[in-house]
Design a protein around this ligand. Structure first.
Ligand SMILES: NCC(=O)N[C@@H](Cc1c[nH]cn1)C(=O)O
Ligand SMILES: [Zn+2]
Ligand SMILES: [Zn+2]
Length: 473
């Protein structure tokens, strides 16, 4: 039996424990976007630290300071830097992940409590953060534990960087990476991140590109207080009317962004790039399954992939300050804030995007001839990331996929954003690889987020095998 064979059977034998521990982590409501949950985010950091202590991973916690959230100063959760092994004869792999999660309420439409991990008869593990990103970050720890339990030498040194603000703009992380590039992060040979998803449900993939993001708050303020629409309706400029008018000018129903100049910065499509879409294992019906309805704009697979990976998109997310409860309250909201974001692609620059967006919104507001006050505030911005999927780390990951799953992985890009990928690539000057565990239908950020038990357990084996392959690369 090889070392990896014994690790695989150890992982299989301990699968119930891994699921139970994922349940402990999911029960911690580490929602970074809500100030009320900040103590839970810190509790999740402590949960990880307690495992690091048990496993002999040395660690330091970095305090990024405070952020302004909902009008008050809120302390940011720690960035945890861990070190396991410092053997100069071994390669060093830096793994990154995040322990915060998106918000979730049962009333959003979850079939079970979002913070109680529930396994169904198909082996799906439902719970907020199950796939994004709690199972992946815990898996790195289980890989270390498996080696220790079996007395197998881990063939690489591992550095770990786990943050608690990824879902809310990664506050303070870039600064720490720049500051520690020649300190803590020195000696990193490769970066590996498990925080995205396969393209479908069966074939694993290696991911070499992500879109960036520019997130906005658009506020329209009018009267000093909410008004009775029977008493004042028809006599005042209404913030909600103006907000709807402006937000409807940002994007067309066919997904085209209407902000003038926004497509000028997009890198042109070459024949070489077009060729990379051939042979990717991706089917429209499966995608519609993940979407949960027949509402896909494009009518062929390549166009869907290009629209997700290499063209920008603009999504309207919500409105703060608007009446949304049951009943028929006849209110004129005094001040409303629309939230929207633009996913950025190579070569879009967040500063230039901000200039175009704020100029356009100011001119659209001026056209309304309204006495309301309109302000646009960028919340966070990050450029797109694109790597060269060649070299020892990608080759090692490809071999690992073939060893664990018996198939060659697809090479993919993705439409989401993990801003730290570019920061690592530019500041550490090493290859960055995304090695996902979850499947396309996991529903990250959505209701009923899940990870399939099979993906979790085989994912632990995948990360272990990747480390062994990297060591011999
Ligand atoms: N798993 C990565 C992920 O979900 N990233 C978020 C990052 C983000 C940016 N602003 C709010 N969240 C994403 O939406 O892509
Ligand atoms: Zn994530
Ligand atoms: Zn996420």
């Amino acid at each position: 039996m090889t070392q990896l064979d014994s690790i695989f059977s150890h992982v299989d034998q301990n699968s119930a424990d891994y699921v139970r521990r994922l349940g402990e982590a999911v029960a911690i409501k580490s929602v970074s976007g809500d100030a009320h949950h900040r103590p839970e985010v810190v509790k999740m950091a402590n949960y990880i630290i307690s495992w690091m202590d048990k496993l002999g991973v040395s660690h330091t916690s970095h305090d990024p300071g405070f952020q302004e959230l909902d009008g008050s100063q809120v302390k940011l959760p720690p960035i945890i830097l861990g070190t396991y092994g410092t053997d100069p004869a071994k390669k060093t792999v830096l793994v990154y992940g995040h322990y915060d999660v998106q918000p979730a309420l049962k009333s959003d439409g979850w079939t079970s409590d979002p913070f109680t991990l529930v396994e169904d008869e198909q082996g799906r593990l439902f719970g907020r953060g199950s796939t994004d990103d709690k199972a992946p970050i815990l898996s790195w720890l289980w890989v270390i534990e498996a080696h220790q339990k079996l007395g197998v030498d881990l063939p690489v040194n591992i550095k770990m960087c786990f943050e608690g603000m990824e879902e809310s703009g990664s506050e303070g992380l870039d600064e720490l990476i720049v500051q520690e590039a020649k300190g803590y992060f020195k000696g990193t040979d490769y970066v590996c991140i498990s925080d995205n998803y396969w393209l479908g449900k069966t074939r694993p993939c290696l991911t070499y590109g992500l879109r960036g993001i520019a997130y906005y708050k658009l506020t329209i303020a009018g009267p000093a207080k909410d008004l009775h629409s029977g008493v004042f309706g028809g006599t005042v400029h209404e913030p909600m009317t103006d907000l709807f008018a402006i937000m409807s000018k940002l994007v067309a129903p066919d997904g085209k962004i209407l902000v003038p100049g926004i497509y000028d910065q997009v890198r042109p499509l070459t024949d070489k790039e077009r060729g990379t879409y051939n042979g990717i294992d991706f089917a429209l019906p499966d995608y519609e399954g993940a979407v949960g309805g027949k509402v896909v704009i494009q009518d062929n697979e390549h166009e869907v992939l290009m629209s997700r990976w290499r063209y920008p998109s603009l999504s309207l997310h919500g409105i703060e300050g608007a009446f949304y409860s049951a009943g028929a309250k006849t209110v004129i909201p005094a001040k409303v804030t629309g939230k929207f974001s633009i996913r950025l692609v190579p070569d879009m620059d967040p500063a230039e995007v901000h200039r175009l967006v704020s100029t356009f919104i100011a001119s659209e507001h001026a056209k309304l001839n309204s006495k309301t006050v309109c302000t646009v505030e960028p919340l966070h911005g990050a450029r797109a990331w694109l790597a060269d999927p060649e070299g020892p780390s990608y080759a090692a990951a490809s071999k690992a996929v073939q060893r664990v799953f018996g198939v060659k992985p697809d090479l993919t890009r993705e439409g989401g954003s993990i801003p730290v990928t570019l920061t690592f690539q530019e500041n550490l000057g090493v290859s960055v690889l995304l090695l996902p565990m979850g499947a396309a239908d996991d529903g990250a950020h959505s209701i009923n987020e899940k990870i399939d038990k099979k993906n979790y357990i085989e994912g632990i084996k995948l990360l272990a095998t990747y480390l062994h392959e990297v060591a011999s690369a």
